[in-house]
Design a binder for this molecule. Structure first.
Ligand code: NAI
Length: 306
């Protein structure tokens, strides 16, 4: 199989490395900067004999080279600097993702699109609209990352292996995301049985600010190792038709009482993309939070389209 990664910045190049070193697919890494994707692709290829994988990595500035991709991952665009919100990136990134998606579709009409560029839910909607694809073939990556952050914080707090922790974060990828502690478990035991409410609220808050915490530490940009791992998991699930249940930004057609919006919900991912959306039972308060998050995404889509 073949995966095109648009944008050879921190997230794109790390994702290319993860895909190749896991032997999942050949990777085409495309960026607007001359030489950058070519240099990174060559550097990664020069490690092939040591890492022992068979994936070919091609760097290019030309969309023709992405032809025949099974999956296109869009990471192109600006990343946050300290003090910026994800929404501050909107207008610049809207133009970039729409152009990238349209050009990729031309050469890979069968591809499934995974959007990473922020503000995530808005950019995913724009890519869906610009490509005119059935919504199950366009999704956004955020929930896997936000959930893995919460998973990490729970494991750190309890001193247990991260592998035993399962966490669930729904909603938009921003301050209004909806971590669901009721649905987080350690080896099947709900964390609400293992921690007091104050501790859980602290971990939930840290998850909401998980991206900003790293932006502040790095000073030069945002997180990229965990984002690349999260996107790679989605790529693997789709390529191998694994039917894993992962939170992803998906197009809602009445699920959760919401319509015509992209938002993070639990999705069964497989070779056709979003195979189905799972509707978990929410409390009235959680449902209200999800609707508030959706309203904010919708408002930003309108602003981006203006
Ligand atoms: P970066 O600045 O390291 O890389 C972005 C790359 O995009 C650069 O190499 C740039 O040359 C390229 N680019 C810009 N315009 C382009 C165009 N028109 N065509 C092709 N390439 C173009 O940024 P980084 O850290 O890789 O982040 C990328 C995006 O992903 C940002 O918008 C960031 O906010 C977002 N992000 C989203 C996450 C999520 O959970 N959804 C997690 C982490 C990052």
């Amino acid at each position: 199989p073949r995966v095109s990664v648009i944008g050879a910045g921190n997230v794109g190049r790390t994702l290319a490395q993860r895909i190749a070193e896991k032997n999942l697919a050949d990777v085409v890494l495309l960026d607007i900067v001359n030489g950058l994707p070519q240099g990174i692709a060559l550097d990664l290829m020069e490690a092939q004999g040591i890492e022992l994988h068979d994936s070919e990595i091609i760097g290019t500035n030309n969309y023709e080279d992405t032809a025949g991709s099974d999956i296109v991952v869009i990471t192109a665009g600006l990343a946050r600097k300290p003090g910026m919100s994800r929404d501050d990136l909107m207008n610049v990134n809207a133009k970039i993702v729409v152009e990238a998606a349209t050009k990729c579709l031309k050469y890979s009409p069968e591809a499934i699109f995974i959007v990473i560029t922020n503000p995530l839910d808005v950019m995913t909607y724009l890519v869906w609209q610009a490509t005119g694809l059935p919504p199950q073939r366009v999704m956004g990556m955020a929930g896997v990352l936000d959930s893995s952050r919460l998973q990490t914080f729970i494991a750190m707090e309890l001193g247990v292996s991260t592998a035993d922790v399962h966490a669930m974060v729904l909603g938009g990828h921003g301050d209004l995301m909806l971590p669901l502690p009721r649905y987080c478990t350690v080896s099947g035991v709900p964390i609400t049985e293992l921690m007091d409410e104050i501790t859980i609220n602290r971990l939930v808050e840290r998850t909401r600010n998980g991206g900003a915490e790293i932006v502040k530490l790095l000073q030069t940009g945002g997180a990229y190792y965990a984002p690349a791992s999260s996107a790679c998991t989605m790529v693997e699930t789709i390529l191998r038709n694994q039917s894993r249940l992962l939170p992803a930004a998906a197009y809602l057609k009445g699920e959760y009482g919401l319509q015509d919006v992209y938002l993070g919900v639990p999705c069964r991912l497989g070779c056709r993309g979003v195979e189905s959306i799972l509707e978990v039972r929410l409390t009235d308060a959680e449902r209200l939070d999800l609707h508030t998050s959706a309203a904010s995404v919708r408002q930003n889509v309108h602003l981006a389209l203006d």
